[in-house]
Ligand binder design. Structure first.
Ligand SMILES: Nc1ncnc2c1ncn2[C@@H]1O[C@H](COP(=O)(O)OP(=O)(O)OP(=O)(O)O)[C@@H](O)[C@H]1O
Ligand SMILES: [Mg+2]
Length: 360
């Protein structure tokens, strides 16, 4: 009888050198649930930070190299063996002056290349920023999805922002003769928005499906705001706002002002939901993204969850873990307390103490 092929492990092996309190670690993860336990300050979030840095070349907790490199050291190094669509070896070396990324032995210039091969959803206690901070946070969330499922989007996005920077530079110096820039920002902006709008439309369907399971008594709606008056073309809006843009010193309308709103009935959720309900809503959004990603690409993204699971009540914990299991995501979860719910054959447990990691 042919032997069943072992399922690929998206992040199979991780080596960490000089990241915060982790001097040296070499860890082999499981394909499904990876639970990381330890007391406060033991290094749980640091381990997740290492995974995140390998996927995005920066930390999700600090922009300062001095904060993330182990005190007294000048360089930090990370390495991972991954297998998502293909097997890869990713290396990252950071000093105060430079970041070197290598994939399969080749130097990589663009962070988008490692982001593409390690699609990562991250949920932390800071994730409620999606609800209660500025549109920037919600846009970034949507951008992740469009980037990963629409491979032509990134180029279009870059061209749009390049053209927008040019237009901004001209309105800043009071230039009124900018019709050619109104045309290019207008055209590229319409395209960027079309990608986003059709992504949010598909995401709304997944969001409803996930919500039925995770928030059964709710009736949430996702709405995308383009960033300009949609009864007109962006070109018309830009053309009509040259004088007031010059007064303000920047381009006031366009995809750079795009935003996602979440309503329950006719009320915006950030004003009405309890903290726990907000956390469930955030998880629902991420699971909807994971589900859409899987539908479009055939594989699930990697999910890292810092602390949040243990902040949910038991019933909600189970629902979230069940959905992650159904979607076959490789998951990394930090927690102070043991999370019992998942069966032994679907999990690997680690304990971390003063930066030293041990598989249980
Ligand atoms: N640059 C650094 N060099 C050395 N140690 C650091 C550095 N930055 C942070 N630390 C220490 O690393 C430890 C691990 O921090 P981390 O945030 O990973 O802990 P944690 O296990 O997630 O804790 P909590 O349960 O409170 O979230 C902390 O004790 C922190 O003081
Ligand atoms: Mg932590």
């Amino acid at each position: 009888m042919p032997r069943k092929r072992a399922s690929p492990v998206p992040i199979k092996r991780l080596k960490v050198e000089n990241l915060r309190n982790i001097a040296l670690a070499d860890v082999v993860f499981g394909p499904q649930f990876n639970f990381i336990y330890g007391i406060n300050g033991s290094g749980k979030s640091t381990l997740l930070e290492a995974i995140y840095m390998l996927a995005r070349a920066r930390s999700y907790r600090s922009n300062r190299f001095g904060s993330v490199v182990r005190q007294g050291e000048k360089q930090l190094q990370l390495f991972a063996e991954t297998e998502h669509f293909q097997k890869h070896r990713i290396g990252l070396q950071k000093t105060s002056s430079q970041t070197k990324i290598r994939v399969d032995g080749n130097n990589i210039k663009r962070v988008s290349e490692i982001a593409r091969i390690t699609p990562l959803q991250i949920i932390t206690p800071m994730s409620h920023e999606i609800l209660d901070r500025g549109p920037e946070y919600r846009k970034r969330f949507i951008e992740w999805g469009v980037f990963h499922v629409e491979h032509n989007y990134f180029k279009c996005y870059q061209q749009f922002y390049k053209a927008l920077r040019q237009r901004n530079a001209l309105v800043k110096i009071g230039q009124t003769d900018i019709d050619s820039w109104n045309i290019s920002v207008g055209e590229l902006g319409e395209r960027v928005n079309e990608y986003r709008e059709s992504y949010v439309e598909a995401l709304s369907v997944k969001f409803k499906e996930e919500s039925e399971y995770l928030n059964p008594n709710s009736n949430y709606n996702l709405i995308w705001k383009a960033g300009w008056d949609r009864s007109k073309t962006l070109y018309e809006v830009l053309n009509g706002s040259v004088v007031s843009d010059i007064k303000r010193g920047f381009t006031q309308h366009g995809p750079q002002r795009g935003d996602m709103k979440i309503f329950e009935g006719n009320r915006c959720v950030e004003q009405t939901l309890s903290r726990g309900q907000q956390k469930m809503l955030i998880v629902t959004l991420h699971l909807a993204q994971a589900s859409l990603y899987k539908e479009r690409t055939g594989l699930s993204p990697i999910v890292i969850i810092d602390d949040l699971i243990s902040e949910l009540d038991l019933d909600n914990q189970k629902k979230v873990l069940d959905r992650l299991l159904d979607q076959a995501c490789q998951v990394f979860i930090t927690s102070i307390d043991n999370i019992q719910y998942i069966k032994p054959n679907l999990r690997k447990d680690f304990v971390i103490s003063s930066g030293l990691i041990k598989a249980l």
